[in-house]
Design a protein around this ligand. Structure first.
Ligand SMILES: Nc1ncnc2c1ncn2[C@@H]1O[C@H](COP(=O)(O)OP(=O)(O)O)[C@@H](O)[C@H]1O
Ligand SMILES: [Mg+2]
Length: 501
């Protein structure tokens, strides 16, 4: 089947999410759609899947104009979508989810055996391993994604749309997914893969559409393009190749000794974690989320006081003493959840930038705030970090997620203190901003700051870290120097593999 989207326009208020977008797709083709956050990728696919209605524009299937009022219409035309957030019933079984609304019946009754058999057949045909009787909530994310794919196959989709499918997967799961995508295309399905990971495009795509600010800026054959060209088109300028300059480290500024912490069910969430960060280095912690990283950072930053073990910041014992003590000992924190640590959603940007610095000489004298100084500082950061705001008195909650993240990131990196904890510092922000944040972190390191970086983005860990720890099951298992380990190996260790496999 041949699919054409012509001159699609979609606006949300003042935002033009799609501006005269054209997309073509042929049988058995893998089309990648790439672009920064906010480029309009999800919107154009939601329109194709009947989740959103375009303001104007047309869709043709095999030359005939179609009009989708809902995903049910799209499904009738054999279009399926694996969305960014899975649409599954957690308490139902894998098979029930897959056949939902299309059950095979015996008379008027649900034919359980026939349904399970059909699911098993599909699962075998495409090598998508699932246990038909497992409860979805008990399945790992990778399996849930396979359930979503099987659902589209069960509905006979011949076009399958994937919206950032690898964002939730580990590197090994990503390899499996890419294999599945190839297999689907070989069997004649057409695939649309939305991603901002350009190595995935190089690995599987036949063609690539680049979107920027709501428009298609290029339509390329994979074979004729490169990662450099695509990222140039995506962000509209050349990317910088960041390299860590080698330097000697200074004194120890963060030390964690044998942290232990239990959970409600008696399981050890932290099982003897020790680490150190010295002035002038970035130390990365790689791990699948849920292996104790969150708890470790909560202990170090003082959000959690209930643990056994010691934490020292700049030589001062701050164990079990809470956020304020830790902060004044010299630690700043870019939190995993940008609304937990010291961002007040209702407060203005100015107040948010000032937070934690109210008493510093720079911003106050005899208890009176130097408003002009504060405004200058905040506006400087807004400009440096290209934070999109109307004015500095706006509330932080009025900003998009990515921009709110930048406010906190800017404040915590630029704060004059020796140690910075950076948890997922670039999650939800686009490539341009990501590069900038990376540059600032390295700049802080080069100026003798110490950084503890926790990220599920392995490329980020590998690029920025002088040393890397692997966290698994409440323990730090391995330690590597910059350049000693690659993405594949780290991926295996993160899943509990060992070094000799
Ligand atoms: N439901 C919505 N309401 C208002 N604005 C939206 C909505 N959905 C998307 N947008 C805006 O449209 C633009 C494109 O968004 P989206 O298609 O999600 O981008 P992408 O998937 O490329 O990251 C963004 O500026 C986004 O904020
Ligand atoms: Mg999207």
């Amino acid at each position: 089947m041949k699919l054409q989207m012509r001159d699609i326009v979609k606006t949300y208020g003042n935002v033009i999410a799609n501006n005269k977008v054209n997309i073509d797709l042929n049988d058995g083709e893998i089309l990648a759609i790439v672009g920064e956050n906010g480029a309009g990728k999800s919107t154009i696919m939601k329109i194709l899947y009947g989740l959103e209605k375009p303001d104007s524009g047309e869709i043709f299937i095999d030359g005939k104009k179609v009009n989708f009022k809902s995903p049910i219409d799209a499904m009738k035309h054999n279009i399926g979508m694996v969305q960014q957030h899975f649409m599954l019933f957690g308490s139902m079984t894998v098979a029930e989810n897959i056949v939902y609304n299309n059950e095979i019946k015996k008379g008027i009754f649900f034919d359980k055996k026939a349904n399970i058999q059909r699911v098993q057949e599909l699962s075998n045909a495409y090598g998508l391993k699932v246990d038909a009787n497992a409860i979805v909530d008990d399945c790992p994310v990778g399996t849930q994604q396979r359930v979503e794919i099987l659902k589209t196959l069960y509905q006979n989709a011949s076009v399958i749309i994937f919206d950032e499918p690898s964002a939730v997967l580990t590197p090994n799961e990503v390899d499996e997914l890419l294999n599945t995508i190839r297999k689907l295309a070989e069997s004649g399905k057409s695939i649309i893969l939305i991603t901002h990971k350009l190595n995935e495009v190089m690995a599987v795509a036949d063609r690539v559409v680049v979107m920027r600010a709501g428009e298609v800026v290029a339509n390329l054959n994979k074979a004729d393009t490169t990662i450099d060209e695509m990222s140039y088109l995506m962000i509209g300028r050349q990317t910088v190749d960041l390299k860590l300059r080698s330097q000697n480290v200074g004194e120890q500024i963060l030390k964690v000794e044998n942290l232990q912490m239990g959970s409600a069910n008696g399981k050890k969430v932290l099982n003897g974690v020790s680490l150190e960060v010295n002035a002038g280095e970035i130390v990365g912690i790689a791990g699948v989320s849920g292996n104790g990283q969150t708890e470790l950072i909560r202990c170090i930053t003082g959000l959690e006081r209930n643990y056994v073990g010691k934490v020292f910041v700049c030589g001062k014992d701050v164990s079990n003493q809470g956020v304020n003590v830790v902060r004044s000992a010299g630690l700043s924190n870019i939190p995993e959840d940008r609304y937990v640590w010291g961002s007040a959603r209702n407060a203005s940007l100015l107040d948010n930038f000032l937070m934690g610095e109210e008493d510093s000489e720079k911003f106050s004298k005899h208890g009176i705030l130097k408003q002009a100084e504060i405004k200058k500082y905040a506006e400087g950061l807004i400009q440096d970090y290209s934070i999109k705001v109307d004015n500095s008195k706006q509330k932080i909650q009025e900003l998009s997620g990515g921009n709110a993240q930048k406010v906190i990131t800017a404040r915590e990196i630029e704060r004059d203190c020796p140690v910075t904890i950076a948890c997922e510092p670039t999650r939800g922000i686009d490539i341009g901003a990501m590069e900038f944040v990376h540059e600032r972190l390295v700049n802080k390191r080069n100026n003798n700051g110490g950084i503890l970086l926790v990220s599920s983005e392995l490329s980020e860990i590998l690029k920025l870290s002088d040393r890397i720890y692997v966290m698994y099951n409440g323990k730090l298992n391995y330690e590597f120097k910059h350049g000693e380990v690659d993405e594949r190996k780290l991926g295996q260790l993160m899943l509990g593999g060992t070094i000799n496999e």
